[in-house]
Design a protein around this ligand. Structure first.
Ligand code: SF4
Ligand code: SF4
Length: 115
């Protein structure tokens, strides 16, 4: 867990989030969830290093939650307190991908510094 940087993105899109991918995906991003999502609404690009879920297309079917063996996907309302910034990060990705990538870089840098 990181605590040097934090992130908040409070807007309607964040409110709309359904399922959220949290930090356990960073550095894994094996796309197992993408392969099983029946709505094809989980996205990831090489630059992201984390998958994100499109709340406008997600139908809350729970399939990705069960498929992620890394425990990286949570229903929004069950995201642990220390990971709640990822609700905003998931939401922001659809508006400003570069901002999210920059913040993921910060998280990775902190993880590396912590060893
Ligand atoms: S299955 Fe889990 S670890 Fe793999 S890409 Fe999806 S959220 Fe990330
Ligand atoms: S809950 Fe279902 S529809 Fe939503 S992202 Fe997961 S697999 Fe896709």
């Amino acid at each position: 867990m990181h605590d040097m940087v934090s992130f908040s993105h409070e807007d309607a899109q964040e409110e709309a989030m359904t399922f959220v991918v949290k930090e356990a995906c960073i550095g894994v991003n094996d796309q197992s969830c993408i392969a099983v999502c029946p709505e094809d609404c989980i996205v990831s690009r090489l630059a992201d290093r984390i998958s994100v879920i499109d709340p406008d297309r997600c139908t809350d079917c729970n399939v990705c939650f069960e498929a992620c063996v890394f425990g990286a996907i949570f229903p929004k309302d069950q995201v642990p307190p220390e990971s709640r910034e990822f609700i905003g990060l998931n939401a922001l990705w659809f508006e400003d991908k570069e901002a999210v990538r920059a913040h993921i870089d910060e998280i990775i840098a902190e993880q590396n510094a912590a060893g």
